[in-house]
Ligand binder design. Structure first.
Ligand code: GLV
Ligand code: MN
Length: 201
């Protein structure tokens, strides 16, 4: 989904503190080609599991251009998703990429909802893959007895992630309770409860 590259590579130059990927278009500024070394094309960040001792039992290790600068302008990236038994990588979308879920260990229910409201899902086991079309709301749920692990591959160097619950209930400043209550057709008390679970501080 990213623009086509116009050079062999453009390893992202180190960004100063506080700078954001969105400051450059269409990718990040390149470091001088004469300073590029083999290690710029190497990423070891997925060799270990992220902790799954989280509220949802999921640990996601991003491997986008911010973590792996050699991906800049190449139009792809990958995450590692670890799930404890019963763990869920909670509902979210990626505005800029389709996602290929390749399960490496265990078994997970992987599903997404299309724009006409159809829920597509499959129990995916080690060695198998499932694809999430761009922008669709999706999740992974460990339905096996042991730990589960997947690599998720994206056709964007920075797919972006919109977490459903956090977007709605933890936005800063907050979305008015009345808007959320009408949107979900529930009492404001239920919205306050949901906000209390997701709002920070
Ligand atoms: C899984 O859905 C991921 O975004 O890595
Ligand atoms: Mn995803």
């Amino acid at each position: 989904a990213d623009p086509e590259p116009v050079q062999d590579f453009c390893v992202a130059a180190p960004m100063g503190n506080g700078s954001k990927a969105s400051l450059a278009f269409p990718g990040l500024p390149c470091k001088p080609a004469s300073t590029v070394v083999s290690d710029d094309f190497f990423f070891a960040g997925h060799a270990r599991a992220a902790s799954t001792d989280t509220p949802t039992g999921a640990g996601v290790t991003p491997g986008n251009v911010e973590a792996f600068p050699g991906l800049n302008t190449l139009g792809l990236s990958l995450n590692r998703v670890d799930l404890a038994p019963g763990g869920v990588n909670p509902l979210h979308t990626h505005p800029r990429a389709a996602e290929l879920v390749h399960v490496e260990e265990g078994e997970m229910l992987v599903g997404f909802v299309s724009t006409d409201g159809t829920f597509y899902s499959k129990t995916v086991r080690a060695g198998e893959s499932f694809v999430i079309p761009r922008g669709m709301m999706h999740f992974q749920y460990n339905v096996g007895a042991g730990a589960a692990r997947a690599m998720t591959v994206f056709n964007s160097q920075l797919p972006g992630v919109v977490l459903a619950a956090q977007s709605l209930f933890a936005a800063e400043p907050e979305i008015p309770d009345a808007v959320l209550a009408k949107s979900f057709q529930v009492d404001a008390e239920i919205i306050k409860l949901l906000k209390s679970k997701f709002r920070k501080g």
